[in-house]
Each structure stands twice: as C-alpha cells, then as structure tokens.
Design a binder for this molecule. Structure first.
Ligand code: GDD
Ligand code: MG
Length: 352
C-alpha cells in the first residue's frame, strides 16, 4: 500500500548558473559523490518501498533524463507534466493517479534535492510516518532542527504533547518568512524547518485539496477515470493549462488543521543554494570550498568557487563570495544574497 512520489520538476534557479532550465540541479552530482541528487533520492526510497511503487513526477522536458539516470525505474512510472505549475498540481496529479489504482494507498511526496547521508535514522522516521498515517487521516511532514534564519524554508511550531511516540500536532506553519520573521523564529527556539518530505493517505490529501484548493481538486476530480488510460496525456494537458501555479506549502500545509510533524534526528540538507553546497563541501584552511580543474586563490576567505571548465581561474581578495564559472556564464554574488539569484535569473531570462 505504500508509494513514493519524487517531485523532480523544479528548475533549481537559486543554483544558477550550474543548474539550468535545460538540465536542473536534481540531475547533477552537486557534491561530487558519483551520484546525481535524483539517483541518491531514488536509491534511498527504493529501500523503503518496491521500485514499481516509486513514481517520478517531472516536466515533460526531463523525462528522458530521468529514464537514463534511473534505468531500474519502470518507464510507466515517469509521470510527465506539460507545464510547470509548482508542487500543488504535481501532488494532486500523482495522488489522484495512485488513488485510482489503489484507494487505500499511502504516499510519500519527496523532493528530489535532499541530501540525507544517514539512511538508518531516516528509515526509522519515515517508517514511523507511514505507520501513523495509515491509522489516522493526517498530513505529516518531517521536521528539521534549524541552524540559521534561512528564508527559503517553511517554519513549523508544534504542540508540546506527543500524539504518538515522536509525533506532534502542528500549531503554525509559515512558508518562506521574511528575514526578520525567520530571525525571530530562530531566536524563540520553538520552530523546526519543514523538510518538504510529506506522508499521507492519497484520500486524505485529496480531501485537503477539496477543502483548500477546490479549483485544482475539481479539475482532477472530474477527469479522474481517465488517469492510467490512453486518454491521460491529453486530459492532463487540458487540466494543467487551467491549473493555478502554487506550492503545496502555501496552498495546503499553511492552512490545514490536520498537520503533524515528526522531528528528525538525522542530518538533512536541501541542496537548493550555493551556501548549502558550500556547507557540504570540503573547505581549505581559509574556509574556501573550491571545485575546479585549475583554480588559484589569493587572500580569499570563506568563499565558494566552482569552476569546472578547462580554464585558469584566479581569484584575489574575495571574502564571503559565490563565484561560479560555466562555459557561457560567470556568476559573482555575495554569499548572503544568494536567495536573490532566483530574481536576477528571472530578469535576465538566459537560463536555457
Ligand atoms: N514535478 C514537479 N513540478 N516538481 C516540482 C515543481 C513542479 O512544478 N516545482 C518544484 N518541484 C520539485 C523540486 O524539483 C524539488 O524537488 C521539490 O519539488 C521542492 O521544490 P523546491 O522549489 O525545491 O521547494 P523549496 O525548497 O523552495 O521549498 C520546499 O522545500 C523546503 C525544504 O527543502 C518547501 O516545502 C519548504 O517548506 C521546505 O522548507
Ligand atoms: Mg528545494
């Protein structure tokens, strides 16, 4: 009864220019482990559920990349989206699709860009979530102890009393707060980050769509019999062209009253930005994380320099900078302004 949907349709714009619209970060080996992020994610979940119960939902532009990177994933489990509409439509689609096959299905919706080195600890927590939601109509997420006021995450406050061992009811969920609020959350010591790894019964999340995103619910509900049939592709094209673009966090998690959290004790990183890569890369004596074939640094501190092209790169006098050189783009950005890379990219529109 357990299924996993790996959400792999993002464009990773904060990882620009390494991550490009045509080949985003989930398909890259960001940390130099020999595996791309989606390969590591797939491997993690294939130890939790059988491979035939794993789906990868992605943009139709990436289905070939997914097929080549995950040869053991059945081809029919690669689910293509005709438009990028953020995570709420993606989750609605896959929840309806699995529900049509198995009305009692429990699903994990997981990002493709998480770095979780300790599988054993992860496995205990995720199995706890699977067991919990099979008994109660709950939406669960895994909570991460925050380390700094990152404005790219969801912040969650929970009740003190456990409803089951290690599981708490969520009091407040605030998606991507501004810096001031994020600082206040961190200072209070009362908040966890949302990992974005959700577990629920398909029917529970479908009910939540009916309640909180009725427009999306109606679009899928009225055509649900066509899913898993030859008519699917065409109907999905129509549904998606009408679907609003919204994340599951803003659309449902902030609003629902049946949200529960399982605080995790494992190391977790959303490899979403250059600082998160920096944190997981090896540093030299001066705190520089350098990846490149020919990079020379002088009087430079706490910077990340990524220059894999066959080119000599010389850096002098930089402190707390992100420097990324690719074949056709050079980025130089202050480390504390990395959330803005997204906006600059949208402006230059040269992400291809
Ligand atoms: N199929 C599909 N379609 N996948 C998508 C789409 C889409 O339109 N948009 C994003 N995704 C995928 C991304 O590839 C990623 O694996 C996952 O969904 C989450 O999207 P992100 O864009 O990376 O979200 P985020 O990191 O800004 O925020 C989410 O994750 C944080 C933790 O990493 C939220 O859930 C936050 O609350 C959370 O803290
Ligand atoms: Mg992310």
């Amino acid at each position: 009864n357990n299924y996993v949907a790996i959400m792999a349709g993002g464009i990773g714009s904060r990882f620009w220019p390494k991550s490009r619209t045509s080949y985003p970060k989930q398909f890259l080996d960001i940390l130099g482990t020999g595996k791309t992020l989606i390969q590591a994610t797939f491997e993690r979940y294939s130890k939790i559920v059988p491979t035939e119960n794993i789906y990868v939902v992605t943009s139709e532009d990436y289905t070939d990349i997914v097929a080549s990177q995950l040869p053991s994933l059945p081809k029919e489990n690669i689910v293509a989206e005709p438009f990028r509409k953020n995570t709420a439509p993606c989750i609605a689609y896959i929840a309806f699709k699995i529900h049509e096959k198995n009305p009692d299905a429990v699903m994990i919706a997981a990002p493709a860009d998480n770095h979780i080195p300790d599988f054993e600890k992860f496995s205990v927590v995720i199995n706890k979530a699977l067991d919990f939601v099979s008994h109660i109509n709950a939406l669960t997420t895994i909570g991460i102890k925050p380390t700094h006021p990152n404005t790219g995450y969801g912040y969650i406050q929970h009740e003190d009393i456990e409803v089951a061992p290690g599981i708490y009811k969520v009091k407040t969920f605030t998606e991507k707060p501004n810096l001031e609020l994020a600082k206040a959350f961190i200072k209070s010591g009362d908040f966890l980050w949302n990992s974005g790894i959700f577990t629920w019964k398909c029917k529970t999340i479908i009910k939540s769509f009916e309640e909180h995103l009725p427009e999306i619910y109606e679009l899928f509900y009225s055509e649900k019999e066509k899913l898993n049939t030859p008519a699917e592709e065409k109907i999905i094209e129509e549904i998606y062209s009408q679907c609003p673009s919204i994340s599951i966090d803003f659309g449902i998690m902030e609003k629902a009253s049946n949200v529960y959290i399982i605080p995790a004790d494992f190391t977790w990183t959303d490899l979403g930005t250059w600082n998160s890569a920096y944190a997981n890369m090896e540093k030299d004596y001066f705190g520089n994380a350098v990846a490149g074939s020919d990079v020379i640094v002088f009087d430079t501190h706490n910077s990340v320099i990524h220059a894999p092209e066959k080119k000599l790169v010389l850096v002098q006098g930089m402190e707390d900078y992100i420097i990324v050189d690719t074949e056709d783009v050079l980025l130089i950005c202050k480390k504390d302004k990395e959330q803005e890379i997204k906006d600059y990219v949208a402006e230059v529109k040269r992400t291809k």
